[in-house]
Structure formats: structure tokens, C-alpha cells
Ligand binder design. Sequence first.
Ligand code: NAP
Length: 292
Amino acid sequence: MAIILDGKKVSLDIQDELKEEVIRRKEKGKKIPHLAAILVGDDGASITYVNAKVKACERIGFKSTLVKLPEITTEKELVAEIQKLNEDIKIDGFIVQLPLPKHINEQKIIQSINPKKDVDGFHPQNVGRMALGLKTFLPATPNGILEIIKRYKIDTVGKHCVVIGRSHIVGSPMSILMGQNYYPGNATVTLTHSRTKNLKELCLQADIIIIALGKPEFLTADMVKDDVVIIDVGITRIPDESKKNGYRLVGDVKFDEVEKKASYITPVPGGVGPMTISSLLMNTMNATKLNK
Ligand code: NAP
């Protein structure tokens, strides 16, 4: 039976630590971190995510500002809003909630954010710094995964880590970070994707599997070896009439059978998901210190 990596608990621990730090900063008359979020349009999931971020700020004593813009906002208008936040000395860091409406070029928007306030870590300058191992804002989900690995003291040195999925927000940065020459890295990394031919063979050699592809219960017990460490990033809503909200959340791992072989495993929900907000809050605290 595997040890369950409790992302919910780790996330709350981090938020408690940040709350303490806010109290200490207040006592010393230092600036209280202020996070802003821009939300364009009325996508239900995006509203939920942004509200959760604002709520988390309130809980730990950060200031927060939510800028809500209508779906019809033009790229130019959005860039103008971003400029305002770039120049506002009260704001330490901000995010533009993705995805954006189709008529807006996401890359253009990300590149208009001041990299020193880019607490999502998506600006090319910050991605480049991450790749070079320089101090920067790490993207929230990979940062959250590193934090779980650190707090459970999981050994990564010399281990074979197979990353499944190569998205810019999870798989690709994860493969870079696990391969860096300091803990939690120093793993030998294989980055896989939909064109990978021998995925099962690679997985069977893996000491650590980080899976982010969005295919429910894709990774089965016959694909992993004993004592593997499993980090399941996938979240898919599956219709379920027995649930009040009409769905349940399922990860990319067939949990019940893989858990029997693994040494550590993240559940879905309650694993990687809750870490994302805490990562953002950690980045905001760092931005406050950096921009003083
Ligand atoms: P994504 O952009 O949806 O891309 C999926 C990746 O999976 C692609 O790189 C794709 O390869 C690869 N893939 C698809 N089929 C494959 C196969 N049969 N074998 C190997 N690789 C395959 O990825 P994402 O945005 O990272 O999202 C992935 C999942 O993580 C989703 O369920 C998402 O909801 C979840 N997620 C969770 C969090 C969290 O906080 N927990 C955060 C972000 C995402 P190609 O590049 O070749 O197409």
C-alpha cells in the first residue's frame, strides 16, 4: 500500500506558514503582499479558479484585487489593463486567468506582463530563467509538485523520472525541473508525449512517473513497477448522477490498482490540485520581497 501524498494538507501547511509571515511583516511595518487577477469573460471554471485564489488571499491576510472584464474586451484593451497593473506600485504580482477568449492572442498577453510581477511564471523571460536554473517564479503546478516531493522527502537523485505530457504549463517545465542539478532534481528524465512509441516500456523502467495528459485512468498497474512514485496531475470531470454536482473528478491514473504497487501516490482530488493556489501565494510573497 502506498503512502498517500496529501496535497490538501501540504497546501494548508504552506498557507499557514504564509499567514504567519504576513503577521510578522505587519509587526515590522513591511508591505503586505498584494495579488491581482484579471478575468476576461464568464467561463464557469475560470470564475471558480479566480474566486478560490481571491479567497485564499483573504484567508492568509494578503491583499487582492480582481479585475473583471467582459468577453468582448479587445486585445488592446487587455494590454492597457495589464500596463496599469505593471505600473501600479501597490500590486506585487498579478495573473491573467487562462484560457482567454479566442480572439485574444495568449502569448502576446503573457509577454506584456512585467516579468517581475509574473507570479504565474509564464513570461518567456521567467521560463528562460527557470531553464537556466536561475531564481525566478516557477509555474504554479510544477512548483507545487516540487514542494510535495520536498515535504515528503522523496528521493529523486539518480532516479528515472518519466514525465507523460509536454504542455507548457506542466509536463515541459516539470521535465526541466526534475533534471536540474539540485534537489528535488538530479533525476534522469524522459519526457513523453502522444508520439512516444514505447510508453509502457518506459513507464515500466520509471522510479517516478509524473503524468499530465487529461485521459482518465490512463496509467494502469501493468504499466508500472513496484515501489514507483506516482504524481497524478490529470483532472477530468466524469458525469456521475450519484453526486450532488452531477460529476466526479478523475485523475490520469487508475488509482485503486496502481496504489497497490506504488510507494507514494497523489490522489485526485486532494493531491496536486490544491497545491496550485499555494504555489501562486508563495510566488506572490517572493514578488513582494523582490520588488521592495
Ligand atoms: P495538455 O495541454 O492537455 O496536453 C496533454 C499532453 O498529453 C500533450 O503533451 C499530449 O501530447 C500528451 N498526450 C496525449 N495523449 C497521450 C498519450 N496517449 N501518450 C502520451 N502522451 C499523450 O496538458 P495539460 O494542460 O498539462 O493538462 C493535462 C491534465 O492535467 C488535464 O487533465 C488538466 O486538467 C490537468 N491539469 C491539472 C492541474 C492541477 O492543478 N492539478 C494543472 C494543470 C493541468 P502531444 O503534445 O503530442 O499532443
